[in-house]
Design a protein around this ligand. Structure first.
Ligand code: ADP
Length: 259
């Protein structure tokens, strides 16, 4: 995997010699493959909802709207849920592209973790209530003030809480944990859900990697949530990780600096 090119050395138009330049292109090839896979994944993820929307809209146009209003309503609901999926996917792709191109600037400030977490939990209240899942933020009361971009931190917490709710059976519980680690604060989102098999754990933060793609899609997932989490935390200079016992639950955690 070596790419060679020859650079002629000339002095006043006269060829003096050549220099051969060798590049190891293993990394370039790897990056190309990652990019190709990404484009293929995105196209696939976009095509599915568009096909569904088109199909049901066609059925409505062809007469379902007049002949069977109850059925037509179901079709419209399907169209709506798939447009929502499309909107989520496009939103996540835009965020990810900003994060990866480095155009996203953090606005760092001292942040009250409990306040941000409670706000994130509030936004997911309906979803949690629908599954009778309680989100416990009480342990955050004594958390130190951290240095973060509040909007981005909220996004991290929303993604992790959303997953905790999505991948838990009804009646489960989700709690936020915090521990003081010297100059850092470690924040955890713990659930009593389905957990993650050991073989998948290492890849869970990759773009579009899912343990069960069908289940993720059913839940409105894009497969991008955790990679966005990882990028945002890393942009803050922190690290992310997960501990999970298959069938028992998971704890996703990240570290941030104290203010
Ligand atoms: P998705 O939109 O599919 O939820 P994510 O990037 O947020 O995408 O997560 C990737 C995959 O990791 C999910 O599809 C799911 O298989 C797994 N996962 C994430 N969070 C949890 C969790 N709390 N419990 C079990 N599995 C999880």
């Amino acid at each position: 995997n070596v790419l060679t090119h020859w650079v002629p050395l000339t002095e006043e138009g006269e060829l003096q010699g050549v220099v051969a330049v060798f590049h190891d292109i293993t990394d370039i090839k790897k990056l190309e493959k990652i990019r190709r896979d990404f484009v293929a994944n995105v196209s696939h993820e976009l095509r599915t909802p568009v096909t569904v929307i088109k199909g049901y809209a066609e059925a409505l146009i062809a007469g379902a709207l007049e002949s069977d209003p109850a059925r037509a309503r179901r079709f419209i609901e399907i169209i709506y849920s798939h447009s929502e999926r499309l909107a989520n996917l496009i939103g996540d792709l835009l965020t990810l592209s900003q994060l990866e191109s480095g155009t996203l600037r953090l606005e760092l400030t001292g942040v009250n973790l409990e306040r941000v977490a409670r706000h994130a939990a509030e936004l997911l209240e309906q979803k949690a209530a629908a599954k009778e899942i309680a989100v416990d933020c009480s342990r955050l009361t004594a958390a130190p003030i951290i240095l973060a971009d509040p909007g981005r931190l909220e996004q991290v917490l929303i993604n992790l809480l959303d997953n905790a709710i999505k991948y838990s059976p009804p009646g489960g519980s989700v709690s936020l944990l915090v521990s003081d680690e010297g100059p850092l604060v470690k924040v955890g989102v713990k659930d009593t859900g389905m957990g993650i098999p050991p073989t998948d754990l290492a890849r869970i933060f990759e773009r579009f990697y899912r343990v069960d793609a069908a289940r993720s899609r059913e839940e409105g997932g894009t497969g991008l949530g955790l990679s966005i989490v990882k990028h945002i935390v890393q942009l803050h200079g922190g690290t992310v990780g997960v501990e999970s016992e298959h069938g028992k639950g998971s704890t996703f955690w990240f570290t941030l600096k104290k203010a």
